[in-house]
Design a protein around this ligand. Sequence first.
Ligand code: HSE
Length: 302
Amino acid sequence: MEATAVTVRVPATSANLGAGFDCLGLALDLFASITVTFSDCEQPPTEDVGEKMVLTAIRQTFLRLNQPGPVGVRARYNVAIPLGRGLGASAVARVAGALAANEIAGRPLDEDACLAIASDLEGHGDNACPAMFGGLQVCVSAGEGRYLHAPFTHPAGVQMAILVPDHSMATKDARKVLPDSYGKPDVIHNVGRAALFVAAMNAGRLDLLDEATQDRVHQPQRAALFPPMFDIFAAAKRAGAHAAWLSGAGSSIAAICPEDVARPAASAMLEELQHAGMSGRSMVTRIAKDGATVSKVELVEA
Ligand code: HSE
């Protein structure tokens, strides 16, 4: 085959949004660009965790197509979204792998089939779906590799303050602390608030977001892994944020803010983290309207 480079631009994401465990997510205006090179030259194995995830997603896609994958595949990142920080880095890699493989195969799969490959590898679609389609998304597994999803809107004038601690929280470990079953009051509490989050955003009722992000299913349990978490939420809200939540399985914390409040909220979260003896960095960004995009270049030799 001609050597071909496929570049996939994919946004970082924040999942759960408080009470919407494993089903709500949003895309951040923080994009990684991953260039996957396909050729006939065998490549040495990689030690890079992100690249391995891209290559696994490529293999899964070719398996799904019942086609042998290309022999020589490399994936290079130009913006690294850190792994294990709850910003959807694994979804970025898996969406990029599925889309790149589909592109090189001549686009036999639609976007939903690529989403399913990435979400199956993730175990849930709450990061992969906004990474693929952008914006705010509800995504649920309907079994047998089917993911049903729908976007929802947000009012103008909101920004995201994101605290990215230096310590990581592996999703696997952050899921191990969750119980196997929940009591009826906790289920009722969360179902209502996840629904309220979507309705509040659609209605522009940002005043409802604090209550809508109150969660009983994963955040209280995960606070054992990150003790200052609730104090950091409180610091963001004292600075004027509408609401704050643990981004995905952590360790990042996301706060949704009025525009003029995002910087002070980002700075207040960092100060609270440091007050707890931990380090990290803060940033301000927007909810990204766009999801993943693909471009292809054939490399021509003399
Ligand atoms: N919904 C997932 C979790 C996101 O919270 O475990 C992380 O992959």
